[in-house]
Design a protein around this ligand. Structure first.
Ligand code: NAD
Ligand code: DAU
Length: 348
């Protein structure tokens, strides 16, 4: 039985990856390592918590001794590393937290894998999950390819870029078998409502203002999270060693257009008069260093591994909105407590 370590599996994308691996691969023993920060929530994976091939481990990837002991205890065959501090606005407030988890935490995992695999890399794989934000900002034209030079602008993207470089360096220097993916903006169920789509759905439900940064003319490329999990499964099993793959939705939206679409769908779902939710739109102070546009060229993963998004944006958004409307208790639970302090500080 293969032992697979997934980090950050109580978070948004990680929970979808853990669910997919536990259900699809009963022959794997899946270990989900998560520190359960504000973004981690065991409710996100409640449906698989009693599966025989699943073990939850609470722990911090920044704790070097703990990570080394974990790798001594279990001879992992593969690591899928998703644990991270992931929100750009929080990185502007507290950059060091991002260096600790995203850089030092990744280093601890790389060292532990290298040391426990002792140069016998047969059948081993370290998969680092990263972001398109490492490429910086596009102008009106062009797409990020795997060859686009790194040019991170936020403390978050700088910390992710740094961790990507270390992963590559461990591949080059020590021969560590790695794969790396850089993905665009995800959306879907279990998305923490500090990020644009779940935040705005939650605010519309609660008749709260919709804080659009700057003029709203910023562009993101949106991918349904379950399609990201499918891509991660594919790259983990079929990706070539020491290769990077870009993953994206072929789905660019200006923030303001996306927000207006959300408002229209939500008015229908909540049986409110047309235009009700749009009245909640409020233009607020811009995010410092705000990247203008992200857009991924995902032709490499498409050509080499046959991956493409399986749902359209309309389908994905419909599923997502329905999920939030049917899971308002989840929303209420994650927005009580420290979320209120964060919200007050960020948007007051
Ligand atoms: P998330 O913030 O929802 O979840 C992160 C998880 O990591 C949480 O469960 C948290 O408890 C855990 N974690 C944080 N610090 C930890 C630590 N020190 N030790 C152990 N666990 C810790 O993040 P997400 O949006 O699911 O992103 C997952 C990964 O995918 C990240 O590496 C992120 O950079 C990358 N990514 C995200 C997106 C996106 O749109 N959300 C897109 C591309 C790439
Ligand atoms: O591109 C991949 C990245 O996507 C991931 O690596 C990050 O982990 C993830 O958080 C996401 O980063 P963004 O900064 O693009 O996502 P966010 O949801 O924070 O913002 C999306 C856009 O919406 C961005 O242009 C900022 C804007 N925005 C966001 C918030 C929270 C607003 O206008 N108002 C808001 O309140």
């Amino acid at each position: 039985m293969k032992k697979i370590l997934i980090t950050g599996g109580a978070g948004f994308i990680g929970s979808h990856v853990v669910r997919r691996f536990v259900n699809k691969y009963p022959e794997y023993q899946i270990f989900n390592l998560d520190a359960l920060t504000y973004a981690g929530n065991l409710e996100n994976i409640k449906d698989i918590e009693n599966k025989e091939n699943y073990t939850f481990v609470k722990g911090d990837i920044v704790d070097e001794n703990f990570i080394n002991e974990l790798f001594k205890l279990h001879d992992f065959d593969g690591v899928l590393h998703l644990a991270a501090e992931s929100h750009v606005d929080r990185s502007i407030e507290d950059p060091l937290a991002f260096v600790k988890t995203n850089v030092i935490g990744t280093m601890n995992l790389l060292n532990a894998a290298k040391n426990s695999w002792k140069n016998n890399f047969e059948g081993k794989r370290f998969y680092h999950i990263s972001t398109d934000e490492v490429y910086g900002s596009l102008g009106a034209e062009g797409l990020f390819t795997e060859k686009t030079p790194y040019d991170p602008n936020s403390p978050y993207s700088a910390s992710k870029a740094s961790s990507d470089h270390f992963v590559r360096a461990y591949g080059e220097t020590y021969g560590l078998p790695y794969v790396l993916t850089n993905c665009s903006n995800n959306y879907g169920s279990y998305h923490f409502p500090e990020k644009l789509i779940p935040l705005f759905i939650n605010n519309i439900i609660n008749n709260k203002s919709l804080p659009v940064y700057g003029d709203g003319n910023y562009t993101r490329d949106w991918l349904f999270v379950e399609d990201h999990a499918i891509a991660i499964d594919l790259v983990f099993h079929e990706g070539k060693n020491h290769e990077t793959y870009n993953i994206g939705g072929f789905n660019e939206w200006k923030n303001i257009d996306l927000v207006k679409l959300l408002c229209t769908i939500m008015d229908g779902k909540l049986e409110r008069e047309k235009g009700t939710s749009e009245k909640l739109i409020t233009y607020v102070k811009d995010r410092p260093g705000h990247d203008l546009r992200y857009a991924i060229d995902a032709s490499k993963i498409n050509k080499e591994l046959g991956w493409k998004p399986s749902v359209t944006f309309e389908e994905g958004l419909e599923k997502t909105i329905n999920w939030y409307l049917n899971n308002q208790e989840w929303l209420q639970n994650v927005t009580s407590g420290s979320y209120k302090d964060y919200y007050q500080k960020q948007y007051s």
